[in-house]
Write a new protein. Structure first.
Length: 216
């Protein structure tokens, strides 16, 4: 029996944008996610996805990579440069580890193959929404996910907080984005600074960039 969002979570997440140029695929994903999110928006091109993300702030994006016009990966890069922190999970037919690595290194929180079972997508979504990174196991990219980011004993949530700090967000903004208290964020920041051997935010960002933990 598959795992549903209802079984895993009593209250659904807020909103998700599903981007895929194949209508039947998008509708299939929509049916799988109906119990996961209060609101589901379907778009069929990179341009539509970009326009939607400039207009709205969903809790998550589930996107194909290859779409007419702008690719899903390029859309993510573009909105990241504009300050959008919405987590992306790519659902694609491309099974190349190199592309998975490129997506993760560019800031994606998940990379899955369309051949995966529906309950795997549900598990991946919950993991991403909880601050983890999910990659289809068959791609064997554990080393990719950890490359340059696991030289230090930081959790997935701490790495995500570090990314936000690197983008200039304050603890209150990060707490709001992750749905936790400011005290929790400050505690994680202190632990991160202890792990990296630094004593202030500017020094933390500089060290994280040098270590390859965040992008300059």
């Amino acid at each position: 029996m598959g795992v549903s969002c209802v079984q895993r979570r009593s209250v659904p997440f807020g909103s998700v944008v599903v981007a895929d140029d194949h209508r039947l695929v998008a509708q299939g994903i929509e049916r799988l996610l109906m119990d996961c999110f209060d609101s589901i928006v379907l778009v069929s091109s990179g341009e539509q996805l970009l326009a939607t993300l400039r207009r709205e702030t969903p809790d998550m994006v589930v996107s194909d990579i290859s779409m007419p016009g702008i690719s899903g990966l390029e859309v993510m890069r573009q909105v990241r440069s504009e300050g959008c922190l919405t987590p992306f999970l790519f659902l694609t037919m491309h099974d190349e580890s190199s592309l998975a690595a490129e997506a993760i290194h560019a800031g994606a929180r998940g990379y899955m193959l369309k051949s995966a079972a529906g309950d795997e997508l549900v598990r991946a979504i919950h993991g991403v929404m909880e601050g983890h990174t999910y990659v289809t196991p068959s791609l064997a990219v554990d080393a990719i996910v950890s490359s340059g980011r696991r030289q230090h004993a930081l959790t997935d949530k701490q790495l995500r907080i570090l990314e936000y700090v690197g983008r200039g967000l304050r603890s209150k903004q990060i707490a709001y984005a992750l749905g936790v208290s400011v005290r929790t964020i400050e505690s994680h920041k202190y632990a991160i600074m202890q792990e990296l051997g630094v004593h202030g935010t500017l020094e933390l960002v500089r060290k994280a960039q040098l270590e390859g933990l965040i992008r300059p």
